[in-house]
Design a protein around this ligand. Structure first.
Ligand code: HH2
Length: 365
């Protein structure tokens, strides 16, 4: 069995990551776990037999899990232990990611702008998503597409409040906003979760508010806090490590402000200040983010890079590429999938999960 020695074992490092490689699923995962030649990814259905060790931004070797040096083993706990169910929402079947239905009560969202611009249409759309199998709904009143104009909180609140109030009676609701005033109004109206694309950085009052409300929260990476200008900042050395480092620092900072890790989900922010190459690298190396010890949310639904890859210019017609991306993210350990096309995603997940398990599922969708 290969053994780490010399610099690998002894080096004192300021920043270290263990990146799981070679993910297994189903019977292969169970067999390798039983033999001790793989470890579970966040206690879920995926297992990894290999790791890449990264120190100070550089790969220092690929090893089988049995050969991980003692000095690195403390990092394994957050990678292998199952985080608590996000917001207490249990998956429909063990190991299935949660499906978060996107409800943009906006006239200008890139993906579905205008489709649910008035409250009645939005509420009907939300109920349809729940009937199609969504586990939770993410309701937003400000578009964050690149270049979008900011919306003042009063207008954002006016757009979403009746929708939140109604749908929160039917399912867990998260509010997609950067503004503390909107968070407060939505939580008051029954929303349970705060999803902030700026990771609670845009509004100085946001972190204290979320901490006091004891609300679960999604922290997303984007460069800066302004969707209008974020694409100009799409410059990274190693995008995966830089995004992971950002999220690690945000989780630590917010823990210090009274938001426990158990209430946090992390999100690499696909499409936010990122080129297509950055988005693809983040998806391919998604298992690294499991080391943060939080559920990982992926939102790639209908995004522009999918249009470029598939040749579909119109965002509303990107359901198939979105589902393909969602399944790939699930196979890389995503715990929550933020999607517009709920029915298609839920159907695809059912087939993917049964095929990976190699057996008939306990319950139908
Ligand atoms: N993407 C969008 C908005 N909010 N939140 C998280 N956590 N992750 C994401 O990837 C994410 C997000 C953008 O997509 P959409 O809501 O469809 O469009 P718009 O911002 O134009 O309303």
């Amino acid at each position: 069995m290969p053994r780490a020695s010399g610099p690998l074992a002894a080096r004192s490092m300021t920043e270290r990551w263990i990146e799981p490689l070679g993910l297994l699923q189903g019977p292969a995962a169970s067999a390798c776990l039983a033999q001790g030649i793989a470890l579970p990814l966040q206690g879920g259905p995926l297992a990894f037999p290999l790791v890449r060790l990264l120190a100070e931004g550089r790969s220092i070797g690929i090893l089988p899990v049995q050969a991980i040096p003692e000095a690195w083993r403390s990092l394994l706990l957050s990678l292998t232990r199952r985080p608590p169910d996000f917001a207490g929402i249990a998956p429909r079947l063990p190991g299935r990611p949660l499906v978060m239905g996107i409800l943009n009560v906006t006239p200008d969202s890139f993906s579905d702008g205008g489709a649910a611009a008035d409250a009645e249409a939005a509420i009907a759309r939300g109920h349809a998503m729940l009937a199609a199998g969504a586990d939770l709904l993410d309701i937003g009143g400000e578009s964050t597409r690149p270049g979008a104009d900011p919306v003042p909180p009063e207008e954002e609140i006016r757009r979403i409040l009746p929708v939140v109030r109604e749908l929160a009676r039917a399912a867990p609701v998260s509010v997609d906003t950067r503004h503390a005033a909107t968070m407060a109004a939505a939580l008051e109206a029954g929303a349970e979760i705060v999803n902030d694309v700026t990771a609670l950085r845009h509004d100085a009052g946001a972190a204290a508010l979320v901490a006091a409300a004891e609300a679960p929260t999604v922290l997303m990476h984007m460069p800066g806090t302004e969707p209008r200008t974020m694409q100009a900042e799409a410059r990274y050395g190693d995008v995966v490590l830089e995004v992971a480092r950002f999220l690690r620092e945000r989780v630590a900072a917010l823990e210090a402000e009274g938001i426990p890790r158990a209430r946090i989900a992390v999100d690499p922010g696909i499409g936010f200040g990122k080129t297509m190459a950055h988005n693809l690298a983040l998806l391919e190396r998604l298992p690294l983010f499991a080391g943060l010890g939080c559920p990982v949310l992926v939102g790639l639904s209908r995004k522009r890079f999918l249009g470029r890859l598939s040749g579909i210019a119109e965002a509303g017609r990107r359901a198939v590429p979105s589902v393909a991306g969602a399944l790939f993210a699930a196979s890389r350990g995503a715990a929550i999938l933020r999607v517009h096309d709920v029915a298609e995603t839920v159907q695809a997940l059912a087939v993917w999960q049964a095929a990976a398990a190699g057996m008939v599922p306990e319950a139908a969708v």
